[in-house]
Design a protein around this ligand. Structure first.
Ligand SMILES: [Zn+2]
Length: 408
C-alpha cells in the first residue's frame, strides 16, 4: 500500500488539502491526514504541495515519440505508451487512419493483443528502473467511412461507404468509430451498432447539413470528433455539423493546440458544452514530442514546423500536441480552474467510454491511475494502476521534483 501526502487531491471536481491518498492497484482511501495511521502504508510519497489528479485519457491519438498506431506493431504501441505517460496520460485509444481495410484489420489485431495483455498495464524494464506506460483501452477507428470532401489529412483513395460487415470481427475492441453520417449505409450501420453500447459512433470528416446531423444524433451518434475541424462550418443560415452538435447536447472533442481552433472560441465552447460535454484530445501524430522535420501520417508526408503539422498543400495533418499542454492552453484561454480543466481529460472521456466507474476520477474503489502535477500542468509523477512513481525522465520536468520518503 502506498500513500501520497502533502498534495492537493483533485477528486470529484474538488480540491482536497490535508488529505492522504491511499492506494494499491485501486484507490483505498482519501482520508484526512490523522486517519492515515489506520492504513498500513509501506511507502509514503511526499507531493510537496503539488496537485494529485486522476490520470489523463486521450481518446484520439495517432502517434507520438516517433511511432504511430498504423505501424501495426506492439513495439510501436508500447513506445507510444511510454511517451504518453510522461505527459500524464494513463490510458489511450490508439487511433487509425483510413487505409486499405486489410491494413486496418492488422492494426486492430495488434491493439487487441496489447489491450488483452496483463490487465492492460504495460511495464518495461529499462536498466534498473521499471518504467510505467499508458494503458490501451481499445481502438478509435477514424474512418474509413468518411466524406472525401472533408477528408482533412485522410487519404481519399482509402475512404469507403459504411459497412457493418467490415467491423464484425472487432466489436470487442472498437471503442469509437468516426464516420460521416451523410454517406449511404449509415442508418443501417447505426442500427446495428446500437446493439453494442460500448462502441461510440462519432460524427467527423463530414459535410452533413444541420438537419442530417440532427437525424444522425437521433439515430445513435453520441460524439463529435475534433469539433470545427474537417466538417461543415457554422453559418447562420446553414449551421452544418458544428451548429447541430453545439445545439444537441452530445459530447465534442477539441484539439486545444491553438492552431486547429482559435483559442478565442474555447470559452464559447465551454459555455455551450459545459464542463461535462467537452473532451480535450491531442489528435497527435508521430512527431509529437520530437523536433521539427518531415514525418509520415497515413502514408502521406507531413512537415512539422513551429508546432504545426501540415501536408504539402497546407492542410493541418494531426497535431504535435500533448494533453498536459492542451490543459494548459485551455486554462490560459478560458481562465478555467485546474480541477475543472482536468475533468475534460479525465472524467469526460471515461464517461463517454462507459468507464466512469473505473477510471477518470480519484474515488475509493477506482483504479489507481494518478498523476502529480504543478499549477502549470507540468507532470511530475505518474502511477498506472498503482504502479510507477519513479520520477519520469522528461528533461522539461527536471526542475520540479516530488521528493519521496520511504518508511522503514
Ligand atoms: Zn485524427
Amino acid at each position: 500500500m502506498k500513500a501520497i501526502v502533502n498534495g492537493k487531491v483533485i477528486s470529484q471536481g474538488r480540491i482536497l488539502t490535508d488529505h492522504a491518498l491511499v492506494f494499491d492497484q485501486q484507490i483505498r482511501a482519501i482520508c484526512p491526514l490523522p486517519e492515515l495511521n489506520s492504513w498500513s502504508a509501506s511507502e509514503l510519497i511526499d507531493a510537496q504541495g503539488l496537485f494529485v489528479a486522476p490520470g489523463f485519457i486521450d481518446i484520439h491519438i495517432h502517434g507520438c515519440g516517433g511511432y504511430d498506431t498504423m505501424d501495426a506493431t506492439t513495439g510501436a504501441l508500447r513506445a507510444m505508451g511510454q511517451c504518453l505517460a510522461e505527459h500524464g496520460v494513463t490510458a489511450f485509444l490508439p487511433t487509425t487512419m483510413s487505409a486499405p481495410w486489410e491494413k486496418i484489420r492488422q492494426v486492430v489485431g495488434v491493439v487487441r493483443r496489447i489491450a488483452g495483455e496483463n490487465g492492460l498495464t504495460l511495464l518495461q524494464k529499462t536498466g534498473e528502473d521499471t518504467q510505467v506506460a499508458t494503458r490501451v483501452l481499445g481502438v478509435h477507428l477514424e474512418g474509413p467511412f468518411l466524406n472525401s470532401e472533408f477528408k482533412g489529412a485522410q487519404a481519399a483513395e482509402h475512404l469507403t461507404l459504411p459497412d457493418f460487415a467490415l467491423l464484425t470481427d472487432y466489436l470487442d475492441i472498437i471503442r469509437i468509430i468516426t464516420l460521416a453520417p451523410e454517406l449511404p449505409g449509415t442508418d443501417a450501420l447505426l442500427d446495428q451498432l446500437a446493439a453494442y453500447p460500448q462502441i461510440v459512433p462519432a460524427i467527423g470528416h463530414s459535410g452533413a447539413s444541420f438537419e442530417a446531423t440532427q437525424w444522425a444524433i437521433e439515430g445513435g451518434v453520441r460524439h463529435a470528433t475534433h469539433l470545427f475541424n474537417a466538417m461543415s462550418r457554422l453559418h447562420h443560415r446553414q449551421p452544418g455539423v458544428v451548429g447541430a452538435v453545439l445545439a444537441s447536447g452530445i459530447c465534442a472533442e477539441l484539439i486545444a493546440d491553438n492552431l486547429h481552433v482559435h483559442p478565442g472560441l474555447y470559452d464559447l465552447l465551454l459555455k455551450t458544452q459545459g464542463l461535462e460535454r467537452l473532451i480535450l484530445v491531442s489528435d497527435a501524430m508521430r512527431a509529437a514530442g520530437l523536433s521539427d522535420g518531415e514525418y509520415e501520417l497515413g502514408g502521406q508526408t507531413v512537415r512539422v514546423q513551429s508546432g504545426a503539422a501540415r501536408l504539402a498543400d497546407g492542410t493541418l495533418a494531426g497535431s504535435v500536441l500533448t494533453l498536459d499542454k492542451a490543459v494548459a492552453n485551455f486554462r490560459q484561454a478560458t481562465g478555467c480552474g485546474l480541477a475543472e480543466a482536468i475533468g475534460l481529460v479525465t472524467r469526460n472521456p471515461a464517461k463517454l467510454l462507459g468507464l466512469g466507474h473505473r477510471i477518470g476520477d480519484l474515488r475509493v474503489g477506482m483504479e489507481a491511475d494518478i498523476v502529480v502535477l504543478d499549477e502549470g500542468c507540468n507532470i511530475v509523477e505518474v502511477f498506472v494502476r498503482g504502479l510507477g512513481g519513479t520520477l519520469l525522465r522528461c528533461p522539461a520536468h527536471k526542475k520540479v521534483t516530488a521528493g519521496r520518503l520511504h518508511l522503514a
